[in-house]
Design a protein around this ligand. Structure first.
Ligand SMILES: Nc1ncnc2c1ncn2[C@@H]1O[C@H](COP(=O)(O)OP(=O)(O)OP(=O)(O)O)[C@@H](O)[C@H]1O
Ligand SMILES: [Mg+2]
Length: 232
């Protein structure tokens, strides 16, 4: 049971859905992987990610993260699991407009005590946004907002970083900066599952390329990301 993330025969049928959004999917992701999920619109990519995040529950099957069956957790335990183990980044950054960048990042850390502020500052520096900590989101570029959202995802040092098209709303340059951050995080050991429409991003960064079609994994390729060859 060394699988970091494991899905066994997972099916998800949404209420009112005629066919499953995911159909009998089994998958295992190891620690340290940068797994990219590709596939057409509506194929089930976000559904898969949300099940791993504990944001949603499977209709049937088992979802386990680091050996814990999260589909069997009660609501409170599931919320704790999300807070402590999962970092989530979305296409639209979902920063709270009335809080500064720094306050947004500290929000998930509120119950975690005193070192959070220092750690948040450190993350801002590391992500190259040290100068925007006191600004409100409306005064940040899209790329800066996404980097704040990444800092927020990382503040509790999650075992798993999950991203759903995090470059989808960014211009090419900001998108590349954000991808470089994910790549750095991966090189420092972070396990990442990443949804994208862009096969070029997958080739450049992924150690694993999964293709989802009609709620099934139809292709699963282990690869050496070209970005790593450039770095070493
Ligand atoms: N909350 C929901 N309620 C009902 N049906 C849903 C819900 N979320 C997704 N679906 C349906 O489940 C299927 C898979 O959706 P999903 O969002 O996982 O696709 P996706 O691969 O992420 O697509 P996209 O690339 O457009 O983001 C689609 O048919 C979608 O309409
Ligand atoms: Mg989606």
């Amino acid at each position: 049971m060394s699988d970091f993330v494991r899905l066994d025969s997972v099916t998800k049928v949404y209420q009112g859905g005629i066919t499953g959004a995911l159909n009998d999917v089994s998958l295992s992701v190891d620690e340290g992987e940068f797994a990219v999920i590709m596939g057409p619109s509506g194929s089930g990519k976000s559904t898969l990610l949300n099940l791993v995040a504990g944001l949603d529950r499977p209709t049937s099957g088992r979802v386990a993260v680091r050996g814990v069956d999260i589909d069997k957790l009660g609501e409170a335990a599931l919320a704790r699991f999300r807070r402590d183990s999962i970092g989530l980044v979305f296409q639209f950054f979902y920063l709270l407009p009335n809080l500064t960048a720094l306050e947004n990042v500290l929000l998930p850390a509120q119950l975690k005590g005193n070192n959070a502020a220092a750690r948040a500052r450190e993350l801002f520096e590391r992500l190259g946004i040290g100068e925007v900590a006191e600004r409100f989101p409306a005064r940040l570029s899209g790329g800066q907002q996404q980097r704040v959202a990444i800092a927020r995802a990382l503040i509790n040092e999650p075992a798993l970083l999950l991203a759903d098209e995090p470059t989808g709303a960014l211009d090419t340059h900001s998108g590349e900066q954000v991808m470089e951050l994910f790549s750095q995080l991966h090189r420092s050991g972070q396990t990442i599952i990443f949804v994208t429409h862009d096969p070029r991003l997958a080739k450049r960064y992924a150690t694993r390329m999964l293709t989802v079609t009609d709620g099934e994994i139809v292709d699963d390729i282990h690869s050496t990301p070209s970005r790593l060859q450039e770095v070493s």
